[in-house]
Design a protein around this ligand. Sequence first.
Ligand code: DGJ
Length: 377
Amino acid sequence: MKRSSWTKSLAMCCMALLLSTYTQAQEHVNGQLWMDTDGQHINAHGGNIIQYNNTYYWYGENRPYSGGSTETGISVYSSADLKTWKNEGVALATSQEAGHDIERGCIMERPKVLYNPKTKKFVMLFHLELKGRGYEAARVAFAVSDSPTGPFQFLRSQRIHANQWPFDMDERAIKAAQQTDASQWKEWWNDAWRKEVNKGMYLWRDMKGGQMSRDMTVYVDDDGKAYHITSSQENLTLLVSELTDDYLNFTGKYNMVAPGGQNEAPCIFKHNGTYWLICSGCTGWSPNEARMFSAKSIWGPWKQHPSPFVGTATGYQNMPANKTFGAQGTYIYQMNGKPIFMADIWNPRHLSQSLHLWLPIEFDANDVPVIRWADKW
Ligand code: DGJ
């Protein structure tokens, strides 16, 4: 080969290599580690994304390589294009103070950040478990910041709706719940127990101390009203609660969704006037079949549909649709008006290495959501 054509070929090879690297950075490749601009896997799990001043911010659980408790806190990454992410550090740090609600070693899960245009504050809500108490505290926590990258200031953690009944529960239903007694049910999952659960047995049990709040999400409606949606009553029943205008508290208005249905990992979005709620079942870190509900009002009634997932994850351990492709949802982000299902493929042995799975939500001829596997998009 002549020297000039050899140089030309080399230049073309370099160009092709550069182009392919560029293409990779421009795509969402599922089933792999996702690197930030420092070449580290993005350690932001169970979180959400917001856009503020032409920049996207991705918040999530900063998980250690070993162990299930929170050492560092909540991470935040920034991006101009939702593809290249820069680590902005720790948005909310654990406390070094013994006995503090977010003492290092607690469990902080599923953080969600909202920007409040009225107060100009960034508000973070997350699921908190107190240090050394496993998952029994079942609290929601609030933190606030003037800047999207923090530092967020921890405000408080709490059970929810102490001494408050769901707004749509009538007197007869309240009386029936008051006649239940959770302490006498040593055996679960039989028909008699289920009947009591449906009457509101755990709602009544926790009436005084407040309702449990574990897996959670938030949603801001078109009118600016914000809602908290959480897995309550021993993860059996979801609660939808209205937040105050500053997003820092509950108004007290709430109701139940799918009582006794065992839904976790709630994710919600609105499409052509219909609210769609996509959840998982409760199997710890293991994947299970997603559930989907729709309603014309955030207060229901909610109708259950089959799981929206179809096909098999060709690129990721051949995980089928009935295992949500090996993942569990965390948030539905409207990317330029197109809903994207964001999920975690948990790695319980090394939680920091859990993978991210993002898939566009499509709609069938009846405008019902469909989520297909894509190696990349
Ligand atoms: C399932 C939840 O969705 C996760 O956020 C986490 O709490 C695990 N359970 C813990 O087993």
